[in-house]
Design a protein around this ligand. Sequence first.
Ligand SMILES: Nc1ncnc2c1ncn2[C@@H]1O[C@H](COP(=O)(O)OP(=O)(O)OP(=O)(O)O)[C@@H](O)[C@H]1O
Length: 368
Amino acid sequence: MYLKHLNILNYKNISQAELPFCDGINCFVGPNGAGKTNLLDAVYYLSFCKSYFNSVDSQNICHSEDFFVIQGGFDRSDSDEQIYVALKRNQKKQFKRNKKEYSRLSEHIGLLPLVMISPSDERLIVEGSDQRRKYIDSVVSQYDKSYLEKIIRYNRALLQRNTLLKKSDRLNSGLNAQLDVWDEQMVLLGEKIFDERTAFIEQLVPVFRDFYEHICGGHEAVDIVYISHFQKGDVLEMLRENRERDVILGYTTKGAHKDDLQFLLSGKAVKREGSQGQKKSFLIALKLAQYEFLSRFNGFGPILLLDDVFDKLDQERGNRLIQLVSQDRFRQIFITDTQKKRLGEIVEKTGKENRFFEVVDGAVKIQE
Ligand SMILES: Nc1ncnc2c1ncn2[C@@H]1O[C@H](COP(=O)(O)OP(=O)(O)OP(=O)(O)O)[C@@H](O)[C@H]1O
């Protein structure tokens, strides 16, 4: 699959752009703050119906304007897909596939698989477990629509349980009876979520290790370990045993909403022990494994967006990364960089079709 052209009006600092892309490596080069990442984000928007960086939709409209429009023409398994999104201030966003508006945006998720690698992914390492759960959930729901439904239902049950806990000052038989209902719901759905997360991580980790080894040159042992209360025994029992404590705290301390991933480098937490370059390599390997996973599932390669990937990687790692993504299993790639010369030399080595776009103050010019 590949994006043939992209038209933008008023998306962040890009006031107007009409960009024809090649079915190879497309490069956005220019100084800091020029709008290179915003261009990647516009591509991301067409796949996920939202920005990768800013979940407040209205903040993605160019400050001086009242609306934005992004349009993209894709070649997907040899059929044409025209995707259109428009947002006016204080109005509902319009999202259309081949001129037909979606009734639910979730119907679109997964149609145009895409993987973004960005410096902001560091939050997966440094921030709380909710970031890592969100990450798993966003990947799994791209290939399994029923998974998203289970997450929504689980979160609803959790919210009801927490509301009960907050309202109550002590455990009594009335409260116990009400909690029974939500505990059962949470365990029923939580077990299914746990099984799907386990299956996903089991398939992802060996591919992730291979990619990391390739990027780092083979000397560092990395691992990703899935941690869940469901591995530690009967969660229904745990929920019951912890009710007194949950009432005091006002929230639910056991269940799938506490799942986490441990990121390890030579058996130690990457967050504490990893250098900046090692953290970056770790995240790149993770995202490439995700790419491979989605690629196997769909039978074609997703679009790959590489934002500022060469920053903080030594030259060796940068070269090995580009060698990797120039293999045939990767198809269309978008790369941003501040250094046109550096990127030119790197891309040249791949022997792949490429196109350069110069970005200055939100204006984009194709390089002949
Ligand atoms: N809604 C908006 N309206 C106008 N400008 C915006 C809006 N949102 C963000 N910007 C501007 O977009 C610019 C950032 O663009 P972007 O992140 O794409 O830069 P970049 O070229 O990737 O820079 P770097 O090389 O530093 O990563 C900032 O100057 C920011 O002020």
